[in-house]
Design a protein around this ligand. Structure first.
Ligand code: BMA
Length: 868
């Protein structure tokens, strides 16, 4: 990376002048435009954000919303233009513009808004993290961020600028479970520019992409025209398309739907959208009596159902993959989504406030079977209530709901990030007198305004006003506030809504009683350092030490309140350090870079163990009274090279965490639950298969030299179990003190589960296995020995073999050099003497010299500990 690259060193701070300047973009002179047309249009799919557009020197319009499509009639300007016209776009500095708006609307202020590095982000409809977030830089880019085009139309021509394809079960209503016995309905709606004359007809043709067969071709006999939209509805009674399923529960069957519009004389519009048939429903209904009788705690559900089937949502939160969207290529997204799929994830929460994702990203998710819980771009702030602001939001909501509605990967619309769960409680605490006003404003924006806009434009997608809520009490679409949120109306012993949990007191990280018990975990996590290789992309060698100024300033947790206050970042560095010191041997390498690398890795060990502990806990909840049905950790990916919550570093390299979450997101897992205060140890098998299965858990106690502990320390060596569909069973419970372990520090329990079953929607019997382990002391207290690790590579088979010659290898870690991106099929594992582990590397991007295999290294906890 060049030192001038915006991602180098402290450039995001040094380049603030770029964000504070105004920028003009101009086109080349445009030749070839026709003069004999009825109308000429300038169509912008995305202008970021405060733009003034001119054409041939004529002012055309000013815009103020990054997330809208704008179409301007420039017919008059073209007629008056001499020569080839030029399109010019003046972008005003977003930081300066919002400061001016804030000053102008000085009466509008709120007690809780969280600033980025630039203040006042809530006054703009622009990616909120562009002003800095606790994982990202503050570049506040400006410019056309999506394609633009000129459209010329003859009389009677139309040009489609947006399509809303809604596929649902007949009678489906957003907040009620769809009836899977009903036929599918296709509602196809086209938004256009130009003028439609005559009596239009609309035909829908559905083709199976895999077989190429035509499923149906039908004219709609139910056509409506409202403004510049034409809508046709079709009932697919008698037609049974193959269903689309998320990854892990079936195939991703896709269809092309072509909509043609005819004006009575000729075809005037044709649009093809690739889509799929599925229902996806967020069930927030009350727990029924029969569910209570099954042992589910009272309250309300909070889980997803696909095609009428309850399933366990496994995944993470997606943040913008780059501060500059043009760098977000199909190749980069394919690598990331491949890592999601191989990470055993089926759902991503597309966090706001980033940007509404491009269609090509939804397309990839459609292909791979990744459900995308999508959100409107509001986050950790209270937003203005001025009418023009709300009108602007309404346009943005309608455009984006319609634009992405045909994607089967679309799973949910949520109003924004942490507004109800964080902003409302905080404003109540800080300004109790005005709390009713904040609630009213919350409801006005996210419920009275946005909810009906969602429901009017899609019947297939559920809506929740905020990412984390306690669910709703009632829905009444004719009421001024159509959804009454539950807020604090709780009954003791009942569970409602989804959970969001962060705890930076690392002393309690492995105390399960500190984790939230709820129906669905939509955010939880802890930050760690990226690897040395990733740091080297962005930092000068002199800055490669743990608390270097550059690293501290690239640590935005806690978010600096302005570019000169870094106390929070120092605190964030301290939290990572304590996470290591509390539980792991502290690295003491003699070389400064080796020591730095070992420290970075150690922070990743803590992060990975913390996520593992929580994911096991949440998944176990599927068989507990809370009937917990989802785990989406914070966060999947990185926007740049920095200490963050990500499991995948900026260029695609996996941290320890992504390997570990991949492991505990397998369909059937065995996991230990240790209450270190009481000594209680429980072993559970958790399965998210849709059928009950039986199997065996094997327990094997060893010393850290790899010798068997006599009588298996008093535990059985095998345990038979039966686990229900999407459920958990406790297979063993004991007190550590009752076990016969000569030296707790020198012991490890290896767990292995094996069961036969079927993946959802599959006839094929599959053997599911999972390995796990438990040690009765934390790693820093373990009497670890040198495992004598040996690594070899076979050129012909492309397989690495790892062996531990002299002891148990904990956190065995294969590391690959800079210059390529990919992942080992297994990593961060336990290896016992005598075991030979054979591992392949999946190459995703190789810009290396082809000799990288020789530079692969292996290390374990032992190497973290010893000098060297
Ligand atoms: C939550 C998220 C993000 C944030 C993360 C880490 O608040 O919704 O806004 O980046 O935690 O602090």
């Amino acid at each position: 990376m060049q030192t001038g690259d915006p991602y180098h060193g402290l450039n995001d701070l040094n380049l603030r002048w770029v964000a504070e300047a105004n920028w003009t973009y101009t086109s080349d002179p445009i030749s070839g435009l026709l003069s004999e047309v009825e109308s000429t249009w300038l169509v912008f799919e995305g202008l970021d954000t405060f733009a003034t557009v001119s054409f041939c020197g004529h002012h055309i319009a000013s815009t103020d919303n990054q997330f809208r499509l704008y179409a301007f009639d420039i017919s008059q300007s073209l007629r008056e233009c001499n020569g080839d016209p030029v399109v010019s776009m003046d972008f005003a500095s977003a930081p300066n513009t919002v400061n001016a708006i804030a000053a102008d609307h000085s009466s509008e202020s709120w007690p809780v808004n969280i600033n980025g590095l630039f203040p006042n982000r809530w006054f703009m409809r622009k990616e909120q993290s562009d002003f800095g977030w606790d994982w990202g830089p503050a570049f506040a880019p400006a410019g056309p961020w999506k394609p633009a085009r000129i459209v010329q139309l003859q009389s009677g021509d139309i040009h489609v600028i947006n399509t809303d394809l809604d596929i649902y079960r007949k009678g489906q209503i957003n907040y009620l479970p769809p009836d899977q016995e009903q036929p599918w309905v296709v509602n196809a709606s086209l938004d256009f520019i130009g003028s439609l004359s005559g009596t239009p007809s609309l035909v829908v043709e559905i083709t199976d992409i895999e077989s190429g067969e035509l499923l149906t071709r039908q004219p709609s006999d139910d056509i409506t025209m409202i403004g510049n939209s034409i809508t046709g509805v079709l009932d697919l009674s008698g037609i049974t398309p193959k269903l689309w399923w998320p990854s892990g529960s079936g195939s991703q069957h896709l269809y092309n739907i072509t909509i043609t519009v005819d004006d009575g004389e000729e075809e005037i519009a044709r649009v093809t959208k690739r889509t799929g048939f599925r229902t996806i429903f967020l069930n927030q209904r009350n727990i029924t009596d029969s569910q209570l009788a099954q042992g589910i705690a009272p309250g309300a559900h909070w889980h997803f159902e696909v095609n009428g089937k309850e399933f366990y949502a496994k995944g993470s939160n997606l943040i913008p993959v780059d501060a500059f969207w043009p760098r977000v290529t199909t190749e980069k997204m394919t690598r990331l989504f491949d890592a999601v799929i191989s990470g055993n994830q089926n759902m991503l929460r597309v966090w706001s406030s980033g940007a509404y994702l491009h269609d090509f990203i939804y397309d990839l998710a459609d292909e791979k079977g990744i459900l995308l819980w999508s959100e409107f771009q509001f986050s950790d702030a209270i937003y203005p209530m001025r009418e023009e602001f709300l009108n602007n939001v309404a346009e943005e909501v309608v455009y984006n709901v319609r634009r992405v509605n045909h994607h089967p990967s679309l799973a949910l619309w949520a109003g924004g990030n942490e507004i109800e769960s964080l902003m409302l409680p905080q404003s109540k605490e800080l300004d109790p007198d005005n709390y009713p006003r904040y609630v009213e404003e919350y409801e006005k924006l996210y419920i009275s305004l946005i909810l009906p806009l969602v429901y009017e434009n899609t019947r297939s997608i559920s809506y929740s006003p905020s990412s984390t809520t306690e669910g709703y009490l009632s829905v009444n679409l004719s009421a001024p506030v159509p959804m009454i949120e539950r807020y604090e109306n709780h009954e003791a012993g009942s569970y409602y809504g989804d959970t969001d949990y962060y705890n930076y007191n690392t002393a309690v990280a492995f105390n399960h009683s500190t984790y939230p018990v709820g129906r669905f975990a939509n955010e939880f996590g802890f930050h760690s350092m990226p690897s040395l290789q990733t740091w080297q992309q962005a930092l000068d060698p002199v800055d490669l030490h743990f608390n270097s100024t550059v690293i501290i300033r690239r640590n935005r947790h806690y978010l600096p309140q302005g570019p000169d206050s870094w106390d929070g970042s120092v605190r964030g560095m301290g939290e990572m350090t304590l996470g290591v010191e509390n539980y792991y041997p502290v690295p003491e390498k003699s070389g400064p870079v080796a020591n730095f690398s070992a420290w970075c890795h150690a922070t990743q060990l803590f992060q990975a163990d913390f996520y593992k502990s929580q994911i096991q806990f949440y998944r176990r909840g599927s068989g507990m009274p809370e009937r917990q049905l989802g785990s989406l950790y914070w966060q999947l990916d990185d926007i740049w090279q920095a200490p963050t919550w990500a499991g995948i570093e900026y260029d695609g390299r996996w941290k320890v965490m992504h390997y570990v979450t991949r492991d505990v997101y397998q369909p059937v897992i065995v996991s230990p639950f240790w209450d270190y205060a009481t000594g209680n140890l429980e072993i559970h098998v958790t399965s998210d298969l849709w059928e009950s299965t039986t199997g065996i858990v094997t327990l094997n106690w060893l010393t850290l030299s790899g010798d068997a502990i006599a009588n298996n320390a008093g535990t059985p060596t095998t345990l038979a179990f039966n686990v229900g569909a999407i459920n958990t069973t406790r297979v063993y419970s004991t007190d550590i003190q009752d076990l016969k372990i000569p030296n707790l520090k020198n012991s490890i329990l290896l767990l292995f589960v094996s069961t036969q079953g079927h993946r959802p929607n599959s006839q094929e019997a599959t053997t599911f296995t999972h390995e796990n382990y438990f040690t009765p002391v934390f790693p820093k207290d373990q009497a670890i020995v040198d495992p004598g690790l040996e690594l070899s590579y076979n050129n012909e088979t492309g397989i690495f073999t790892v062996e531990a010659k002299s002891g148990v290898s904990l956190y065995t870690w294969l590391d690959y050099p800079a210059g390529l991106v990919g992942y080992f099929e297994e990593n961060a594992f336990v290896l016992v003497p005598g075991q030979r582990k054979q591992i392949k590397f999946v190459t995703q991007l190789d810009s290396e010299d082809g000799e990288w295999q020789k530079k692969v290294t292996v290390r374990s906890l032992w190497d973290q500990k010893v000098r060297g």
